[in-house]
Design a protein around this ligand. Structure first.
Ligand code: MG
Length: 305
């Protein structure tokens, strides 16, 4: 097949773009001694108000608390007070926005943008590391894949990288003003078709290239989708600022599923890249003995990893 000059110039230009991109990708992620910050969602912290929940987290031996985003703009002060009183920081804010990022209906996309801004402001008030979001779940009418990607990142081809508007850049700039980040969460195939692996989420973060846009890794979803926890964490290391954990089969407290609940390869990668964010229980709860056993198991595996 003849390779003409025009094709050559186009290939050379694309090659230049790709080689500079690959160079950036091959830069080693930060390394150092990772530190485990063990956190849990409020469902693990008993009843009562936020003061009681944060106090309970401390009694259980947790280091921090993850909170839900529902109603956060109205009640963030209670959480801030409870966090201060207990000495335990807030980790991520889990969802709580309206609409969804890649909705087919522009009004629903606007709902997402507006509500995410309110959540980011509130999350900033409580010192949160970021607001967790999913671009769309199954059953939520969404733009076709390529259009969705373009809406999020502003482009679909590297040689047209700076031509389009990116909703994540807009929100990322807003997030930077208020400190917390947007944290994209890849989910398993049963919950979404769009962004299911850590590497896919990381490629969105890389494309957006904005400090306000990062991601998280959920070891439960990773059980379904990844071939290697270690490799998956390394692929997203630069952008991962939160981790969810659950037992591998029943999505209950770590340890519920016996030998299947081995997280050491993921922890090994987190330690190698100097991760200091939270590992947070997002799972069905159990009684005090089971919760304490799960905390002990996670701490033991982190130490061994
Ligand atoms: Mg999760």
């Amino acid at each position: 097949m003849e390779f003409n000059r025009r094709q050559f110039v186009a290939a050379a230009t694309l090659g230049g773009i790709l080689s500079s991109t690959l160079k950036a990708e091959n830069t080693a992620p930060p390394s150092g001694a990772g530190k485990l910050t063990l956190s849990a969602q409020p469902g693990h912290l008993g009843g009562g108000d936020w003061m009681k929940k944060f106090a309970r987290a401390r009694e259980l031996g947790l280091d921090a608390v993850e909170v839900g985003g529902g109603g956060l703009p109205e009640h963030y002060k209670e959480i801030r007070d409870a966090s201060k009183a207990s000495g335990l920081p807030v980790t991520a804010v889990c969802a709580g926005f309206q609409g969804w990022a890649i909705a087919a209906d522009p009004k629903v996309r606007q709902q997402f943008e507006d509500s995410m801004k309110r959540l980011l402001e509130a999350a900033g008030e409580i010192g949160s590391s970021g607001v967790i979001y999913v671009p769309a779940f199954h059953g939520q009418a969404a733009m076709p894949d390529l259009e969705a990607r373009k809406h999020l990142t502003g482009f679909t081809r590297w040689d047209r990288k700076d031509e389009g508007q990116s909703i994540l850049k807009t929100l990322g700039n807003f997030a930077k003003e208020h400190k917390p980040r947007l944290l994209l969460e890849p989910l398993n195939r049963d919950e979404t078709y769009f962004i299911r692996t850590v590497a896919e989420g990381a490629s969105i973060c890389r494309d957006v290239d904005n400090e306000g846009c990062a991601m998280m890794a959920d070891l439960w979803h990773m059980t379904w989708e990844e071939t290697s926890d270690y490799a998956a964490i390394l692929s997203g290391a630069r952008w991962i600022h939160h981790v969810h954990i659950a037992s591998r089969r029943q999505r209950a407290l770590p340890g519920t599923d016996g030998d299947a609940d081995n997280y050491t390869q993921g922890f090994k990668a987190l330690k190698e890249v100097g991760y200091t964010g939270a590992v947070s229980f997002e799972c069905r709860g159990g009684d005090e003995a089971k919760t304490k056993a799960a905390i002990a198991l996670v701490r033991k595996q982190w130490a061994e990893a």
